[in-house]
Design a protein around this ligand. Structure first.
Ligand SMILES: CC(C)(COP(=O)(O)OP(=O)(O)OC[C@H]1O[C@@H](n2cnc3c(N)ncnc32)[C@H](O)[C@@H]1OP(=O)(O)O)[C@@H](O)C(=O)NCCC(=O)NCCS
Length: 200
């Protein structure tokens, strides 16, 4: 990797990949001013949490409650956002989430979360949930996927600037482009809902 950009960070300098190499739509810098914050790769905050489901997590059918899975998704996404941004982050939005297969008591659930996009203060985190069946040595079952918008906040609860995201791999770059499309849709929806709320 050729290092062409040096960001000053506190008293040290950090060498990162030239953003022009990968930013889409001809952009040559990250979404916000990158001169003071060093960019980070998605791999720096990537996290997988594995947990055995117990009877406290079940619904009336005896399978694991969807709310429990959502709780895990939100929690792990929060950790990834905090790791990327060096501080607390709140959930601003969770995209529609489909539950593909039921999880049973005893299954080992894996919640894999990675940051796919970062703006000024917001980050998109993609989460994939799979489960190992407790009684069968078969490949993991797909349970759910989700995309969350996490916003880094300061001590007053106000949005704060986050480091730019520096995708490393082709898959990272694809995820980044797809995240931009989702962001456009979310912001359009948010605007429409806020406009509608003003009419009430
Ligand atoms: C999230 C929150 C801090 C945003 O504050 P705000 O005053 O609306 O700030 P902004 O409008 O500047 O938005 C901040 C960032 O979030 C993004 N954002 C906010 N809502 C969004 C949405 N629905 N979809 C996509 N992005 C969104 C903005 O685009 C902006 O991104 P950027 O800084 O990267 O450009 C605020 O709405 C909040 O505190 N919400 C409650 C969060 C919470 O309690 N969550 C737990 C579950 S209830």
């Amino acid at each position: 990797m050729t290092c062409r950009v040096v960001y000053a960070v506190a008293s040290s300098s950090v060498c990162v990949r030239d953003p022009a190499v990968w930013f889409p739509e001809g952009r040559t810098t990250a979404v916000h001013d990158t001169t003071t914050i060093a960019g980070r790769a998605p791999s720096a905050s990537h996290l997988t949490l594995s947990q055995i489901m117990d009877q406290h997590h079940t619904n009336l059918m005896g399978t694991v409650h969807g709310g429990r899975i959502l709780n895990l998704i939100d929690s792990v996404a929060g950790v990834v956002a905090a790791r990327h941004s060096d501080g607390p982050a709140v959930t601003a939005a969770i995209d529609e989430t489909a539950f593909l297969r039921a999880v049973r008591v005893g299954d080992v659930v894996h919640v894999d979360a990675r940051i796919t996009w970062a703006g000024r203060s917001s980050m998109e985190v993609a989460v994939k949930v799979t489960a190992d069946r407790w009684d069968r040595a078969v490949p993991p079952t797909d349970v759910a996927t989700a995309h969350l918008v996490m916003v880094a906040i300061d001590d007053d609860g106000q949005p704060r600037t986050v480091p730019p995201l520096l995708p490393e791999t082709d898959a990272d770059r694809r995820r980044y482009r797809e995240a931009e499309i989702r962001r456009k849709h979310r912001l359009a929806l948010r605007r429409a809902l806020l406009d509608g709320a003003e009419d009430d």
